[in-house]
Design a binder for this molecule. Structure first.
Ligand code: FAD
Ligand code: NAI
Length: 455
């Protein structure tokens, strides 16, 4: 039997970072992965989507070339080449992950792990015993149980990312994060897209101004959006049959994309043999990422917190430190959530509504992209930054941005929340001019009615 001090099961952004950190802290560590290192994020999620979105955004931007003083000849996209470039990016990063894990001194075991007891598991031919175990087995696309969900042409995100040809038209079931990113991808490539979302708006739960702005921007790109619309069936064609306001309607497309959430991947992991408790399928953990079995930790999508790569990574770091005897806690108050639409969306902390529900007296500041010099210089008029602050203390509680490069700016607001900065303090930071990031400073000034670039 192989002996380790720390064993990590699952090599996604949660697991591979936990393994590296445990090895850095001097523990004899093994990382077990049954498929590809990098997990969903690198192979079927964050990275391939962003590679494709970059091609699509670049293509979409060409339609505005004339307004920039550029005359173009004939141009077209070749989806096969876009897909090949995406695969190349993924491959390069995947080999980087492998080098990093082994370079930091952790062993890699290529097999499916099945727990056989609280300290033991089987991984292919190997029997392994470990003092501390970190579970990081991630999630898989959820399908809704409706007739026709298994028809050819109905794809989940894995299927979309494996396409070699661009579909001529797409119906997307679910207007959440995946739905909006895929709608952006195909709409920027000029294809007809329809989103059918059950809830009252797309991206439901985000700041209401963010939802309304993105709805308008997607419609401007030609995307048809049905909200309050529950999909009931998929018929040959392909036609999504949905119910809206008591009426039965249809949306047709060459492909139907199921973007209706993700489920924890724990079946067959042997949680019962180890005595690990779950709740609605998710592994129950405390703030230290410990399960009910004190030397077994769980991190990432299987924990049912925010299903985001950076959350999995932060949880992995926390679990690794605690596995060597520390008592670190996870803090979810400043987790950025980003959507790679054009323009991008980035949010952190509380929305105005959630802050009020939590009992805060709230003040907000807002600045529109149309008043920002750099944004206009790069050809974008759409979007805004909105800052939510506690009226009593002035502390920043939340920030919601729709703007070019929003995902690169949100870290600043996250830092303000994490370290208890006031909006005034954020506004005192000198921001370079001309940058899109000035919209954050202007929104901070606006909280006190002192924004110079706004009447
Ligand atoms: P995973 O990344 O799912 O990795 C788990 C790994 O465990 C897998 O490699 C699996 O093969 C392995 N495994 C499972 N069971 C076993 C076993 N028994 N033995 C051995 N190995 C096992 N998040 C963001 O933050 N930003 C984004 O832009 C973003 N884009 C996304 C786009 C799409 C289309 C999708 C689907 C997801 C996206 N996500 C994004 C979410 C992100 O991918 C996940 O939150 C993240 O990958 C979760 O990390 P994890 O380590 O928990 O699990
Ligand atoms: P999601 O939970 O964001 O959205 C699913 C949507 O499907 C919901 O709005 C829901 O109301 C809708 N829906 C469910 N059943 C329906 C029905 N019968 N008819 C119509 N609509 C229906 O889940 P999504 O988009 O699948 O993403 C999964 C996870 O992946 C998310 O937790 C997200 O955090 C992560 N992700 C993150 C990204 C990022 O950070 N940029 C990008 C893509 C995914």
């Amino acid at each position: 039997m192989k002996q380790y001090e720390v064993a990590v099961i699952g090599g996604g952004p949660g697991g591979y970072i936990a393994a590296i950190r445990a090895a850095q802290l001097g523990k004899k560590t093994v990382l077990v992965e049954r498929q590809d290192l990098g997990g969903t994020c690198l192979n079927r999620g964050c990275i391939p989507t962003k590679a494709l979105l970059h091609s699509a955004e670049s293509y979409g931007a060409l339609s505005g070339a004339k307004s920039l003083g550029i005359t173009l000849g004939e141009y077209a996209f070749q989806y096969k080449k876009m897909a090949k470039r995406k695969d190349k990016v993924v491959k390069q990063l995947r080999s980087g992950v492998e080098n990093l894990v082994s370079g930091h001194g952790a062993d890699i075991l290529r097999a499916e792990a099945v727990l056989t007891g609280p300290h033991t598991f089987r991984a292919g031919e190997e029997e392994v015993e470990a003092d501390q175990i970190i579970l990081a087995t991630g999630s898989f696309p959820a399908s809704i149980p409706i007739p026709g969900a298994d028809k050819p042409g109905v794809l989940n995100s894995d299927g979309v990312l494996a396409l070699e040809e661009c579909p001529e038209s797409v119906v997307i079931i679910g207007g959440g994060v995946i739905g909006v990113e895929f709608a952006t991808l195909f709409a920027d490539l000029g294809k007809p897209v329809t989103i059918v979302e059950m809830l009252p708006s797309i991206l439901y739960g985000n700041d209401t101004d963010v939802c309304a702005t993105m709805t308008g921007l997607l419609k401007d790109k030609g995307v048809t959006i049905h909200t309050g619309a529950k999909v009931l069936e998929i018929q040959d064609g392909l036609a999504c049959v949905f119910e809206k306001d008591g009426q039965t309607l249809r949306a047709e497309g060459q492909l139907a994309v199921m973007a209706t959430g993700r489920k924890p991947d724990t079946a067959g992991l042997g949680l019962e043999a180890a005595g690990v408790e779950t709740e609605r399928g998710f592994v129950k953990v405390d703030e230290e990422m410990r399960t009910n079995i004190p030397h077994i930790y769980a991190i990432g999508d299987i924990t049912g917190k925010q299903q985001l790569a950076h959350v999995a990574t932060a949880q992995g770091v926390t679990a690794a430190h605690n596995a060597v005897g520390e008592h670190r806690h996870m803090d979810y108050s400043a987790v950025p959530g980003c959507i790679y639409s054009t323009p991008e969306i980035a949010c952190v902390g509380l929305t105005e509504e959630k802050a009020r529900e939590a009992g805060y007296a709230v003040r907000t500041g807002r600045f529109n992209v149309s008043g920002n010099g750099r944004s206009l210089a790069i050809g974008c008029q759409d979007g805004f930054a909105k800052l939510v602050a506690d009226a009593d203390t002035g502390k920043v509680l939340g920030c919601h941005i729709v703007a070019p490069h929003a995902t690169e700016m949100i870290g600043e607001a996250g830092m303000a929340i994490r370290y208890g900065l006031t909006a005034e303090e954020l506004g005192e930071v000198i921001h370079a001019h001309p940058t899109v990031s000035e919209i954050l400073m202007e929104a901070a000034h606006d909280i006190d009615g002192l924004c110079c670039h706004k009447l």
